[in-house]
Design a protein around this ligand. Structure first.
Ligand code: DP6
Length: 333
C-alpha cells in the first residue's frame, strides 16, 4: 500500500468564476483570476491498495484531533472524484482518505478548492504518477469545484474561459512577485445555505448576467496589468467592484441568493473607513458572508487592528499569497 500526504492551499478570486457552461465538469462561462493563500490549507493523506476491491474510506479530522465519518454528501463527492481519478489512471484499487482544514469548511472560504486540489494531487501520486500542474488543474476541476482548478498552482493564477479544450488554469506569477495580504473577517463560520453550484446554476437568470459577461474581459485585462505592475491603486477598486457584482448577480437571480449577513455590511463599512484614513485595502467576498480584505503587506496590521475591534467579527485569519501544493511526511494516519 502506498501513502501520500499533500497540503494544498485555498485561493481567493479577484475576478470571480460565476456561472458554468457545464456544471458537472465545472466548465466556466467566464474567466477568473485568483491569489493562492498561504494559511488556509487542506492537509489530505491518501493510501491506495491496488490489490483491494472494497469501498473507499473517507474520514475528517476534527479540531480535537479525532477522526469522524463525514456527512453522506461529502463522502459521496469524494468517492465520485476518486472513481474519476481511478478511471483516468486506468487503475483498480481502494483508497483510504483522511483530511483536515486549517479553517472553517463550507463558509465561502474555498474549502472545496483546497480539498479537491489536495485529493487530486495525493491520489494521483499514490497511484504512481507525478503530474504537471496543468494536468492536475484539469483533473481537480472535474470534481465539480471549479476553483480547485486554480488551487493546484501557487501565487497568482488565471483560469481562462476557452471555447474548446481542457480548461487548465495558468500560472501568472509566483508568490514572490507581490506580497499581498488577505485579512479574512469571519463573521459566520457556519456552512452556507446555498451552494456555489446552485449559484452557478442560477447566475444566468439574473437580468444583469449578460452585461457582466460583456465587460469581464476588459476587467480581467486590467487585473492582469495591475498584477504585472504591482499597481494596488488599480487592482484594489477592481477587486471590490468585482465582488459586489458577483453578489448583485446572486441577489438578482431567480430565486435570489443572499450570502451577505448584516455583519458583512459592517465589515464593508469598516473597510471604507480605513480607506478614508489612508490605508489601501479593498474587500472581496465569495459565496458566503465572510469578507476577505486584500491589502499590501505594509497595511496588514492596520487592517487587522480595525477589523478585530468590530463586535460583528468572530475571528480574524491573517493570510497572504502563498505557494501551490506540497507533499509532507506528516501523515494523518
Ligand atoms: C464565488 O464551484 O469552485 O468562489 O466548489 O464551493 O468551491 P466550490 O465553488 P466553485 O465556485 C467558486 C465560486 C466563487 C468564485 C471563485 O472562486 O472564482
Amino acid at each position: 500500500m502506498s501513502k501520500v500526504t499533500v497540503v494544498a492551499p485555498a485561493n481567493i478570486a479577484f475576478v470571480k468564476y460565476w456561472g458554468a457552461r457545464d456544471l458537472d465538469q465545472a466548465i466556466p462561462r467566464a474567466p477568473s483570476l485568483s491569489m493562492t493563500l498561504r494559511q488556509c490549507t487542506t492537509r489530505t493523506t491518501v493510501a491506495f491498495a491496488a490489490d483491494e476491491d472494497g469501498e473507499d474510506e473517507v474520514r475528517l479530522r476534527t479540531e480535537e484531533g479525532t477522526f469522524r465519518v463525514p456527512g453522506a454528501s461529502f463522502t459521496e463527492r469524494v468517492r465520485q472524484h476518486l472513481d474519476r481519478l481511478r478511471q483516468w489512471m486506468g487503475q483498480a484499487g481502494t483508497f483510504r482518505v483522511a483530511t483536515e482544514n486549517t479553517f472553517p469548511s463550507g463558509a465561502g472560504l474555498a474549502s472545496s478548492a483546497s480539498g479537491f486540489a489536495a485529493l487530486t494531487v495525493a491520489a494521483t501520486r499514490t497511484m504512481g504518477l507525478v503530474l504537471e500542474p496543468e494536468q492536475l488543474s484539469v483533473l481537480a476541476r472535474l470534481s465539480g469545484s471549479g476553483s480547485a482548478a486554480r488551487s493546484v498552482m501557487g501565487g497568482y493564477v488565471e483560469w481562462p474561459d476557452m471555447e474548446v479544450g481542457d480548461y487548465p488554469a495558468m500560472h501568472l506569477a509566483g508568490a514572490d512577485h507581490w506580497d499581498l495580504r488577505d485579512v479574512i473577517a469571519v463573521v459566520d463560520p457556519a456552512p452556507k445555505t446555498v451552494s456555489s453550484r446552485d449559484g452557478h446554476r442560477r447566475a444566468g437568470t439574473s437580468p444583469f448576467y449578460e452585461t457582466r459577461l460583456q465587460h469581464l474581459d476588459e476587467r480581467l485585462e486590467q487585473a492582469r496589468v495591475a498584477l504585472r505592475h504591482r499597481d494596488f491603486e488599480q487592482l484594489g477598486p477592481l477587486i471590490e467592484e468585482e465582488a459586489i457584482e458577483l453578489h448583485l448577480i446572486a441577489m438578482s437571480s431567480r430565486p435570489p441568493i443572499y450570502y451577505w449577513k448584516p455583519a458583512t455590511l459592517a465589515v464593508l463599512e469598516a473597510v471604507r473607513g480605513v480607506r478614508t484614513d489612508g490605508v489601501a485595502a479593498y474587500a472581496t467576498m465569495d459565496a458566503g458572508p465572510n469578507v476577505h480584505v486584500i491589502c499590501p503587506a505594509a497595511e496588514e496590521a492596520a487592517v487587522a487592528n480595525r477589523l478585530e475591534r468590530l463586535p460583528e467579527v468572530e475571528a480574524i485569519i491573517r493570510d497572504g499569497v502563498g505557494p501551490g501544493p506540497s507533499t509532507t511526511t506528516e501523515h494523518l494516519f
